[in-house]
Design a protein around this ligand. Sequence first.
Ligand code: FAD
Length: 582
Amino acid sequence: MLVKEASQRLARRTGVAAALLGSGARRGILGGSRTPAVFAADATRARADGGRRASTTAAGEPQPQAPRSSNYALAFALGSMVSGGLAYYFASSDTTESNKTNTDFNTQYGSPEDFKKAVKELQEAFKHDEDALSTDEDELERHGLANFDMHPGTIPSVVVFPTSTEDVVKIVKIAVKYRMPVVPFSGGTSLEGHFLPPSIGGISIDMHRMDKIVEIHEADSDVVCQPGVKWMDLNDYLKKKGIPLFFPLDPGPGATLGGMLSTGCSGTNAVRYGTARAEWFLNATVVLPSGEVIKTRRRARKSSAGFDTTKLFIGAEGTLGIVTEVTIRLAPVLQTNVAVVQFPDVQKATEAVIELVNSGIGIQCVELVDDMFMKGTNMYGMSPRKWPEKDSLYLKFQGPTPRALQENAEVAKKITSKYGATGFTFARNEKEAEDLWTDRKNAVYSGLAMVPGSKAWGTDVCVPVSRLPELVYETKKDLAAHGIMSTIIGHVGDGNFHALLLYRTPEESAIAYEAGKRIVKRAIDLDGTCTGEHGVGLGKKGWLYEELGEGTIELMRTIKKAIDPLNLFNPGKLYPDQPSKK
Ligand SMILES: Cc1cc2nc3c(=O)[nH]c(=O)nc-3n(C[C@H](O)[C@H](O)[C@H](O)COP(=O)(O)OP(=O)(O)OC[C@H]3O[C@@H](n4cnc5c(N)ncnc54)[C@H](O)[C@@H]3O)c2cc1C
């Protein structure tokens, strides 16, 4: 067994821990909602103040925040960029309290007295392990106030840090005895209020001590891990060990395998490797709400033995079970190189992408950026070049040799030129490739650079690739009509796009916010989805009936009720309220 450094834990506590210290009264052991605190991207400030998080209250007033590391400031800024700007609206339009549980699910939880007893029993059960449990106020706030989105925060009653499946079973059994909600928390990078406890409080199960790489099977290209392993750490570890394999799902920095499985994540690599819903997760060990432990499958690369029960938990957002171990597939590490190319418009760029992807050349990422993004990149001033301010594609090629990369680029240049592309720039060396990709990665900073002092709402919709030009065109028209400055970035190979809607005042914020709603509606009307990769949580559940239809939602609810009849696991998330029968 390969044991990771304990220092990770310290880093988490000092880094990700920074809690919102807004105007809401601090709460004690029983949990409770705080004054809604919303915030959005303000990368300039995040950098300038050495990691103090900038936030706004619901009224848009800036609130000074606790210091955090500069890495975290970066992650925060990026996270804010992609945070679900629609979340607060939909949460509050769904229910009077955003994380109230759906009324046709069980809502009869234990009393405050019961919760106190549960905490006592947990303390007793883990008395041999002084790091296993916390009711420390900072720790509660860290687990109950979203770092990256603007959902109203709610603190849990207690945080428990298991180290094994057996620990998780113990916690679940106590939760069941006292009818206490249980909310898994891993990397804490999700963007739609996913890990916020319900307003009555509950047990936050923080999986970060379950961060062991258990077995590496290089010959089989798979690895068995505990769920608290971070994808970036895993890839670093494999590289350090000289194992030429990697895990290609790439959501937010700091995301863990358990959280990634549970949100059905993906990232820029999805065009080549697919999402968490492809077979990257071979099996999962899961603690069910009954306390029973199941393993969904064995380690074989494929199996037709019955339902795909692993998939049941992918995207379930911790509402059906707590994942305590996973076996994941790995992909061979290949060489990469980067190119940037400009187009007359988004339509042409997208048409070129369709042909590029269908040509079968080795492409790992295809990122669409609009003219405003390029303008922001120039204004931001960190790029070694001045770019034409035109709709563009960033392409990351992959291949076994430099020659293969060169050939891929030549084919790509030929294809893109058919669609009116100009200025095809292929990196001449590793440094240039890194510089080009860094411009893309600086999306938040360069976007915000366009309007000094601005903040931003983000969106996360996805449509069939061929419908993307229409979505982007209509969106840009709409934003222009409402005077909203924005940049657009799309994982265009998948039809997924994020708009960074900039605002400075509460009035502008409200206008941007409404525009975000229209983007979601437009995406669904184009046979798309309200969330391409971030998941539902609290923020998107109001859209699910429209997107999936009543029958599908009813099936999801039936499964939830069968597995978790007491509605203890992450209540209030994912499943939308039933429409009123009036
Ligand atoms: C800067 C930034 C960039 C991002 N970019 C992307 C992107 O490109 N693509 C993308 O998909 N996402 C992106 N995200 C969102 C985020 O990284 C993903 O949603 C990620 O999968 C969440 O993982 P996590 O470990 O942080 O989970 P958490 O936030 O801790 O939890 C997410 C959900 O999973 C549940 N959960 C956690 N652990 C378990 C477990 N062991 N068992 C059962 N349930 C569990 C939680 O209860 C919660 O509902 C980004 C976020 C940030 C901040």
